[in-house]
Design a protein around this ligand. Sequence first.
Ligand SMILES: *Cc1c(COP(=O)(O)O)cnc(C)c1O
Length: 356
Amino acid sequence: MIAETLNIKIQKTTHSRLAETDFSDLHFGKTFADHMFQMDYEDEQWKNAKIIPYEKLQMSPSLAVIHYGQSIFEGMKAYKNEKGEIFLFRPLENFERFNRSAKRMCMPEVSEEIFMESIRQLVLLDKEWIPTAAGCSLYIRPVMFASDEFLGVRPSDTYKFMVITSPSAAYYSQPIKVLVESKFARAFEGGTGYVKASGNYGRSLYPSKIAHEKGYQQLIWTDAFEHKYIEESGTMNVIFQVGDKLITPPVSNTILPGVTRDSVLTLARDMGVTVEERKISITELVEAHRKGQLLDAFGTGTAATIAPIELIGFEGEDYMLPPVSERKLSTKIHAQLEAIRFGKAADAHGWAMKIN
Ligand SMILES: *Cc1c(COP(=O)(O)O)cnc(C)c1O
C-alpha cells in the first residue's frame, strides 16, 4: 500500500484546564486532557484528521452505534520520566489489535500512520498532562464507532475514529477478591471475546454486579460451554503461579490477547521461569490450593499492570492466596515491566517507543 501522509489540522484550546486540575487526586478515566483527535470515514476513505479542544459531540438520535453497538476501542498509556522523555509501550500491538477488532465488527481499518500519528501528536500537544508522580501515566483511549444516521441493521457507511486521553494515578491495587462465574459468560466460541468490541463490556456488568453484592470485586470468567475452564478475570487476563511455574489459559477465540499478559510471560521466560499456556480447570486450581502449591494469582492489563488476587470464591468456599509480600516472582516482573515502560531498564525486546 502507498503510504499516505497524514496532515492533522490542529486547533488549540484557548482556555487550558491544566492549572485547575488536581494531579494529586486523580481517578481512573474521570479527567480528560485539553485536546482530542477526530477523523471521519466517508466515501470509503478516512478524512478530516484534526486535533481540537476536548468537547462534547453532537449526535443524531438515530446514530447507528447507539442502536446496534458497532463500536471498538483500545487502551494504552504514555509514560514520562524525570528527563522528560515520553514513551508508548508496544503501541503497534494495540494498532494491530484495533484493526482485528475493526475487522470482526465489520468496520474499516485504520492505517498504521493514522493510528500512530494521531496518538503521537495528541500526546505531545498535551504532554503537560502526563503525570510524573511514581507509577502515574496518561491513559490513551482510541475509539471508533458507526456514525450513519439510519435504523437499518447493516454495516454503517460512515465512522468516526477518535482519541482521547486521561491522566491516571498509579492504580493502587489492594489485592482483589474474585468469584468464579458459573452461570453467565463473557465470551463464547464464535463470538467477539478476542477483540475489544464495546458490547463485550456492557454484557459483563450484570454478572459483575451480582458478584459485587456478594462481596467480590471481580469475576473469574469460565468457558461458556461447561463453566469448567478459566478464561479471564474481569477485563484482565489471569495468570497463576503453581509451584515454580506460571500457568495461564491460551489466547483463543474467547480470550483477549493482552499486551500486558504477553509482556509478563515473556519477562518470566527471560528469567528462566517455566510458562505454560494451556487450559486450566477450576478443579485443578482447587487441587493445587489444597496441596499448598497455588502461590500466586493475578490479573494483567494496561490499567493495573498486575492486580494481585487475594482470594478466589468458588461454590461457597473462599480459597485464600498467600500475602502479596510473599509473591516474589510477580513483584519482580511488575517492577521490571514498570522500569521498561519509563525507559529506565534494559529493553531487550524494544518495547518502549520514545515519541519525543
Ligand atoms: C484490554 C483487555 C485485557 C488486557 O489487555 P492489555 O493489552 O494488557 O491492556 C484483557 N482482557 C480483556 C477482556 C480486555 O478488554
